[in-house]
Design a protein around this ligand. Sequence first.
Ligand SMILES: Nc1ncnc2c1ncn2[C@@H]1O[C@H](COP(=O)(O)OP(=O)(O)OP(=O)(O)O)[C@@H](O)[C@H]1O
Ligand SMILES: [Mg+2]
Length: 373
Amino acid sequence: MEARALRVEPSRPASKRDPQPRIVGVSAAMQRLFRVVARIGPKDITVVVSGETGTGKELVASLVHAQSTRSSAPLLTFNCAAIPGELAEAELFGHARGAFTGAVEARRGFFAQADGGTLVLDEVGELPQPVQAKLLRVLQEGEIQPVGSGKVERVDVRVVACTNRNLAAEARAGRFREDLYYRLAVVELVVPPLRERREEIPALSAEFARRYGERFGNEDVRLSPALIELLCQAPWPGNVRELENAVARMVALGTSAEIGVEAFAGALSLAPAAPVAKPTAKGTPSLREQIETLERSVIARTLAAVCGNQSEAARRLGLARGTLMDRLRRYGLESEAMHGPQVSRSAHRSRHHGETTVRILEATANAAGGRPR
Ligand SMILES: Nc1ncnc2c1ncn2[C@@H]1O[C@H](COP(=O)(O)OP(=O)(O)OP(=O)(O)O)[C@@H](O)[C@H]1O
Ligand SMILES: [Mg+2]
């Protein structure tokens, strides 16, 4: 398959040893997403990028910046989940000297530092409500007020918000400010999970093999066709990131130029507990036996992660429910599936992400007004 890769100018210069990452997007869904990014990139509107973990939301956010008129200005990312509530406000908006214990110097926040450029708010759904109110103010008025300061400063920042939650549902449930949601989601880009665009896997794997081959001094490394086929069938609940980690590990551990299927079992990120079938009196287990051992372990771990909910496990694994039941019987895992069902948030999310790839909420002059459709 021919990889049509878009080269994205990184915000930081890539070092020689760390070649420029490429965004792979050969599937119809990703091509469509790129077309929307090309259309909305240059328009100075806020964007929500949603999708499951590891699908490439941050990469899409950086593409929005790269295709905007702000591309030569700073691109900053703030992870809303990593900073506790009280600190998030000071980190985003800055603080005055003496604003709180330990604030010995005044400090500029992310908004001030991103002035003229783009600020990616990663995991925006985790932002505490009081900070959400302040964020709304920046978006509406273009003003920030550092913590402990009487002064208001003007900033010109384009916000791109990433989330792996269904933000609309969070807003309906009162966990996320509805007015902020509508103000943010002028355009919403939904990055589909990898299992819905498996045709991307050969190109992605090749790109990661190239990237890590160069990094680990094994430039000629390639993945065998049988390995690529196996990668195309794996469930990848951690999406592109999990595939990237698996390829990185196989390349790092590889001893020859061509990496074959035998490298796969040890390379799954979720797989410390994934046993490879042990050699028996008959000798090394066949490839089929090894894959079945791995399959059983992946299914058991997925079931455990969703509290035995078979529908959700089938969805995560990209299997029809009947196929999953068949595997459960074959591997004697029926009892593991008895604890469910639980309607989890991720089940809810799946419906959201399954719906459409790109949802464009009408950009109206007053984005905070009317309920977009
Ligand atoms: N289309 C793609 N082409 C090349 N690399 C990709 C692509 N999509 C994702 N990646 C790589 O996969 C990894 C995960 O991507 P990214 O961090 O953007 O995902 P995310 O959706 O923000 O994940 P999380 O929800 O965990 O924050 C990154 O290393 C990124 O470079
Ligand atoms: Mg991210």
